[in-house]
Ligand binder design. Structure first.
Ligand code: NAD
Length: 494
């Protein structure tokens, strides 16, 4: 089962921040892989633009080093010839977003926009540069109404800043030209949520509060904040993960079926979910901050506060909360969301707990046996459905739960490993002009509108995050949150 590779249209892609960490670790490797897959037409051009004073030769060497660092030796060995061909696509211009230098040269290199080449400006720079870049692009006549811009997360720090950013971009670009990246949406398995829900008759009739007891969404990371300290300490788990990634998963799990798989139809339904979210009660939120496990020595694995260099930091590296969606489908079904750093394992998983059968014909001794659908996003992508069967053997009717387990890797073989990663898919979607997997401005604002009061609440109360051991499942209070509802978290280990 080999998927077909359809080359994209001819394009010019300008990566502002082309020497930065994201460009080197994600964007350029993604473009290289699409080049190797045969998806980039010969005439496609990639132009790095940043402050460093490099020539095209220097940039190509920088990108060669980056690819050698980021890709596995086996992958590089397989594509040694393609590597040189890919590098010849690259050019570089030193440009400062805050300064006039370099822009004329960029205009000369690109020429006026034409209808036979897609033009994309990728803003892989800090958000404070989005507005100056948008203005420079217009001042130098580099864009027309077909030009696309890609903006990275974080999209704002709160509702006011997100609105201001939307407003600035809207003064130069239409909404259908703006591609706000949440790379989670580009993950194969995240899109599979829609396929599982809307491609199978089996689940949808049961997908509501009548049959679903509750849903848990967990995005656990085993790494700490090392390397991103200063950004993270101003952000925290709520802004860095909950407002975007977990919110997107919640939307895909909870939304109504869109009429068609089309950008606005899908995003309209997601927006309705966010708007139907109730305000979260303060006692339904737990914040945590990792500390060193007893006996652990500092080093790479410092406590959160040591890592960020602030012994009094009250930024959360963990957050768990109970959310409710006020609509016909979900009234009364709680959604428990949690995310954190330095947890026991790296795992993203959604658990849909179905209700018990309304009446047990097997009597009280048979115990409770509710179905559980587990959707594993990473690692070991797949789904498991826990079903109840008779325990084999004589001696009466004893019931046990067994998993119906499907690992996508087993079912699909090598194809799943060859599937494009999130950035590969998202960049090719930008070139194709497909916005389905990108967040719309009103969606981002609605998500901040739900997040802001939560953050304002704990700030005004002066809440301090609860400490939790590195390598644990998070603070004990998160277990209490569940126990108060006679429920418990499903284990984090994949
Ligand atoms: P970085 O600091 O490594 O790189 C920033 C880039 O911007 C450099 O190429 C630098 O030369 C360029 N730059 C800085 N000031 C400039 C100016 N005045 N004019 C022109 N270019 C300028 O940052 P990064 O980690 O690559 O992040 C880039 C963006 O992507 C940020 O918005 C960040 O939040 C977002 N992001 C990064 C990651 C990641 O893993 N690195 C993940 C998600 C989102």
């Amino acid at each position: 089962m080999v998927s077909r590779v359809i080359p994209v249209q001819a394009f010019d892609l300008v990566i502002f921040g082309g020497t930065g960490d994201l460009a080197q670790r994600k964007i350029l490797p993604a473009l290289f892989r699409r080049h190797c897959a045969g998806q980039l037409p010969d005439s496609a051009r990639i132009l790095g633009a940043a402050r460093a004073d490099l020539g095209s030769g220097g940039y190509r060497e920088l990108v060669r080093d980056a690819l050698q660092r980021e890709l596995a030796d086996s992958e590089l060995a397989k594509h040694r010839i393609e590597l040189d061909a890919f590098l010849t696509r690259l050019d570089y211009l030193p440009i400062d977003a805050m300064d006039a230098a370099g822009w004329q040269a960029l205009a000369m290199t690109l020429g006026p926009p034409t209808s036979d080449r897609v033009r994309v400006f990728y803003f892989s720079v800090g958000p404070s540069l989005f507005a100056p870049l948008a203005e420079q692009i217009w001042a130098h006549d580099l864009a027309d109404d077909q030009t696309r811009i890609v903006v990275e997360k974080p999209f704002g720090h709160d509702l006011a800043s997100a609105k201001a950013l939307n407003c600035t971009l809207a003064s130069h670009f239409d909404e259908n030209q703006i591609y706000r990246i949440d790379h989670y949406l580009g993950k194969e398995t995240v899109q599979n949520l829609m396929a599982i829900r809307f491609g199978n008759m089996l689940f949808e009739p049961l997908w509501n509060s009548q049959y679903v007891d509750h849903i848990q969404i967990t995005v656990a990371e085993s790494l700490g904040v090392s390397g991103r300290e200063s950004y993270y300490d101003k952000s925290g788990a709520m802004r860095d993960m909950m407002q975007n990634h977990l919110m997107q998963l919640l939307c895909l799990i909870a939304m109504e079926p869109p009429a068609k798989f089309d950008p606005d139809a899908v995003r309209d339904e997601k927006l309705k979910v966010i708007r139907a979210l109730e305000t979260v009660e303060p006692h339904h939120i737990v914040r945590g901050q990792y500390v060193l496990t007893e006996g652990e020595t500092a080093g790479d694995d410092n406590s959160y506060r040591e890592t960020v260099g602030d012994p009094r930091s009250t930024t959360e590296s963990y957050v768990a909360l109970k959310a409710h969606i006020s609509n016909w489908r979900w009234a009364g079904t709680p959604f428990y969301l949690r995310t954190g750093k330095r947890l026991v394992a790296r795992s993203s998983v959604i658990n849909v707990f179905f209700k018990d059968a309304p009446h047990s014909i097997f009597g009280a001794d048979a115990g409770r046996h509710a179905n559980l659908l587990t959707i594993r996003l990473q690692p070991n992508e797949g789904i498991t459905l826990k079903v109840t069967i008779k325990e084999p053997g004589p001696g009466g009717m004893r019931l046990i739960d067994v998993p119906l387990d499907m690992s996508f890797a087993q079912a699909l073989g090598a194809d799943i490993d060859d599937a494009p990663d999130a950035y590969e898919r998202l960049i090719t979607d930008v070139i194709r002009g497909n916005q389905t997997l990108f967040m719309r401005g009103d969606e981002v604002e609605a998500a901040w509108g739900w997040t802001d009061p939560i953050i304002a609440g704990w700030t005004s109360r002066g809440d301090v995050p609860k400490p939790y051991d590195s390598g644990s499942t998070g603070p004990g209070d998160a277990d209490l949150l569940m126990r108060r509802d006679q429920r418990e978290w499903r284990g984090i280990n994949p």
